[in-house]
Design a protein around this ligand. Sequence first.
Ligand SMILES: [Zn+2]
Length: 589
Amino acid sequence: MRRKYLTQSLSYPIRLPDVVQADALRLLDVSREVINATVSALWDQLDAFGVRETTFAYKQIMVKISSSNPHGDRQWRCEAEQAGRILRAQAARKKRFALILPTLSQDMILLKTEKQAARKDRKAIKAALVDLSEEHTDGGSAVELQSLIEQSCNFYLKHGRFPKTYEEMQAMPVLKVGILPYAGDDGGTVGQAYRLRLDLEQRCCFFTFRSPDEALSWSPTWTEPQMLLPLPDPVIEHLQAGGVLAPTLREIQEADDTRYAVLDFIVEVPVTEPAEWNQTRRVLGWDWGVRTLVTVTVLDLDGNQMAPPLFLDSGGFDGRQAHTKRHIDRIKSKVAKLEAQRDRFPEKDPRREPMMRKLSVLHREIACCWRKYSARNRDLAHLTANVLLLLADVWGVELIAGESLKSLKTTGHGRSARGRWVRWRNNSQIRGVLWRCLRYKCHLTGIRLEWQQPKGTSHTCPRCGKFANTYASPEHLTAVIDSGAWLSCVACGWNGARDYAASVNIARLGIAFIKQYLVTGRISHPCVFETEKVKNSASYIGAGLALRLPPTSPRGRLIESGKMYINGWIKAVTLHSAFPLETLLRLCG
Ligand SMILES: [Zn+2]
């Protein structure tokens, strides 16, 4: 059997020295114009970019048109590469639009009433997403499909009807910050747009690039790379095992409009191959919780729990994000008021000036808040993925099982700003980001990742597999609450946090998945109701432990548990577990 050598590329931005910043930004401005002109010229041929005959996007462009502002063939190739990447991404999005187009219906729009303007009906949108048959995917596209449906609804709110085509709804993309992938050039030694020479002993590289001078004329002469860029430690480490790919020159724009150029240094690293399926011994199941961010359990193939459950709580983080979101909402209402004031005066009236000035400050502040907000979301997704992989490593897990993104949770947490944020968190990009992040990190480390059917996982007893009700807490077993945090099984007496039960059930589904695959050689994802396939789980020291585990809310009840803060996220993210604190520290240290 031929072994495929798997690799993964990782990118590290390095800020260019101040002396070349002006040159680099001038180059990026000029190429941005060419890229935008190219995208614009080919926008009506979008479908052609849905078919990939070659890896390089520039080849697809260059058979169709030539540069709007030629200054060297390789320079044009790099610009065409970027234009081609934009068009390919849009073509892929257009294909997904074709999936959601038949589902668009007026039910998704709530008509205008006396009290409220017309708006989107989230429930109807959710229902449409569930119906979109995605049987054979991990649901990773659910988030993208949702954004397309929402974009179509916004179109409806503006025009009184749904868009007929993708292009009708989607404005032609315009690159606002410069980016120039040198992947179109001939490589570091003979490149005609850039040169790159590595010096691993000195832990640096020598780089140079061709750019227009202040009069925008391009020099034809070429010099050896002189500019020394120190390489970050992880890059050096990776370079010892892998190779270097063509870098990308990219512009960064700060919220206060300062801008600078970075070189994305891209290294290719070998990837660990996953164990053969019949070598799989342990499965990690994780549930995307309502009350805790993530709950984790590990089972062996006989359903024995290898360790107590672990809860990753993002309470402090949620608070901070809610605060930022509230701040954005406040600025937005200020903006609305100022706009109304401004619009009392006709265009070009000097009395509009003071409002315009204030508005531009507020817009900058909003942009700054959003950036902070999404950076935190990204960090949280990375942190969560790292914790899952760390636990998988510690317990010798070969398969990570997680619920598919198709389930969009809405339960819990009320109308407060934080409650709204948590709901949003559960339903939107952050889950998608976590899934993508986890998928690529698993790929790097050779651990398998499989999505599971989420249906019924938080209302099924993990020990006997029967339907079980949920309640507010162990003290409130008289009133069944569908979104309750505590699960109690009448049939066998199992008790435990709902998220914990769900994580065990998801691990059970992972086990059933493996067993089925080993027998039939086919990939299929069983549902927790298929009791003939899904084996029951045994508590790792009997039923006693589950009883000792409190629901994750109220938090004051976590008397038995270890508690720790990780990665400097003091009071932002907490791991809860029945482990003693030292064990956790050892795990994460
Ligand atoms: Zn039971």
